[in-house]
Design a protein around this ligand. Structure first.
Ligand SMILES: *Cc1c(COP(=O)(O)O)cnc(C)c1O
Length: 456
């Protein structure tokens, strides 16, 4: 583009920016920047997106550091040995936060997110189960292996089971607990069970599974059967929260049968999306065949992630946060987020219209339903619409199987959601309820249950 022509007088500004086929001619960088950026203008504001668990703010120094390291390929350990060292330092820090008993024996890696990490945890359990089953003389052709998890699982576990031809055995949640039923879980276990997944922060509701109770059940089962059934903890959201806020809660490697844990660095690890972690307490739980070697400083280094090339910038962003915040920094941020979440939850409860399932005191996630006897002519989808008019993105959706007659709403409070934003949200909730009460049309009165908004 000729620099004399104003950008909005240009040919490009008079055409659609979304193209299905490459234009023949290039456009200038300033024009491309402006028009592509503007194309995204109608999207919701990430800071007001109460639906996502993923980090929506990082410090400018972190952003700068990450932008300056985009070109480093995390898999090129030989070319970027210091980056490899930074990744290992993150693994060591996380293993320490999760109370891994033996530094020499634990092993772990970064991943793109918890989905890749869960895939690795699941595969390790599957291979280990198969070797043991062969030794025990189990007929592998008789039935498919299975994985036991509560019905509040995140979709990555369904993917894992589809990709690997495994039965996903779900333990139904009841309305009282909204998490894994420790009394019933062992009824779902048999010779073909590769492992049990406990969830520290059920995506739907924010509830924690009682991993300690699960560990006791598994321990009794292993004693009785001589098996080595293990627990993988999907701590995508809780794994970087609980160690700082509720360190006394035993859910991690302090429990005997917890063999592996994953987390999303981009959730309460406070890094922009694109980073997850998995750690095995003891490398004996990670089958050798899942470990591959890449060259490193003239020697070799084990890698176990599924993806090969990706930018190291997310790993470096994670390390920046660890180094910059320290234990107390994370603790203060998370405690403040929890306080804010509990304040919002209290305000919602005080309207007397909602039953609260999670008030944010474990992880700062608020989840509620409309009271059955609430005398209103609107529903949670209507409330979500009204809040969206003020920029707040809030999902409404049915709970999973067996509880799917219940429609809930969920707010995820994050590290960048300060008290001033919470107060604004509370004000907007009150105003929305007042408007809905005064209105005589419900936009969603005749709709069946469905998912509105982003819920994972
Ligand atoms: C978010 C989440 C996942 C998926 O994590 P990604 O990092 O987005 O891949 C898996 N399990 C649970 C419990 C989650 O909350």
């Amino acid at each position: 583009m000729d620099n004399i022509i104003p950008l909005f007088g240009s040919k490009q500004a008079s055409e659609n920016v979304i193209i299905d086929k490459l234009n023949k001619e290039p456009v200038s960088p300033d024009c491309a920047y402006r028009l592509v950026k503007d194309q995204l203008i109608d999207e919701g504001n990430a800071r007001q997106n109460m639906a996502t668990f993923c980090q929506t703010y990082m410090e400018p120094e972190a952003t700068k550091l990450m932008a300056e390291t985009f070109e480093k390929n995390a898999i090129d350990k030989s070319e970027y040995p210091s980056t490899a060292e930074v990744e290992q330092a993150c693994v060591n820090i996380i293993a320490d936060l999760w109370n891994a008993p033996d530094k020499e024996k634990m092993i772990g890696t970064s991943t793109v997110g918890s989905s890749e990490a869960c895939m690795l945890g699941g595969m390790a359990m599957k291979f280990k189960w198969r070797d043991e089953a062969v030794k025990r003389g189990v007929d592998l052709t008789k039935q498919r292996p299975n994985l036991v998890i509560s019905s509040g699982y995140q979709v990555c576990w369904e993917k894992f089971c589809v990709y690997w031809d495994i039965d996903l055995r779900t333990v139904p949640m009841d309305e009282e607990h909204m998490s894994l039923d420790a009394e019933k879980v062992m009824d779902y276990v048999d010779e073909y069970t590769i492992g049990i997944v406990g969830i520290l922060g059920i995506t739907y509701t924010g509830k924690y599974d009682d991993i300690q109770a699960l560990d006791k059940k598994v321990e009794a089962f292993n004693k009785e059967t001589g098996r080595e059934l293990g627990i993988h903890v999907d701590a995508a959201s809780g794994g970087m929260f609980a160690p700082f806020v509720t360190p006394e809660l035993e859910w991690d490697f302090r429990l005997k049968n917890v063999v592996s844990i994953n987390t999303s660095g981009h959730k309460y690890g406070l890094v922009y999306p694109g980073i997850g972690w998995i750690i095995w307490k003891d490398r004996k739980d990670l089958p050798e065949k899942m470990v591959f070697n890449v060259s490193y400083l003239g020697g070799e280094m084990p890698t176990m992630a599924i993806n090969f090339s990706r930018s190291a910038s997310q790993i470096i962003g994670q390390y920046y946060n660890f180094y910059r915040f320290g234990f107390d920094g994370y603790k203060e941020i998370h405690k403040r987020t929890r306080k804010v979440a509990m304040k919002v939850s209290e305000a919602i409860e005080q309207t007397d219209l909602f039953d609260i399932y999670n008030n944010g005191d474990n992880i700062p996630i608020i989840c509620y339903k409309l009271k059955e006897d609430a005398d209103v002519n609107w529903n949670l989808y209507d409330l979500a619409d009204r809040l969206q008019m003020r920029g707040w993105q809030v999902p409404a959706y049915p709970l999973p199987e067996d509880l799917d007659n219940i429609i809930i709403q969920r707010f995820v409070c994050r590290g960048d959601f300060a008290m001033n934003s919470a107060n604004a949200l509370i004000k907007d909730i009150h105003a929305a309820i007042k408007e809905l009460n005064a209105a005589n049309v419900s936009m969603h009165a005749n709709e069946g249950k469905h998912t509105q908004g982003f819920t994972h």
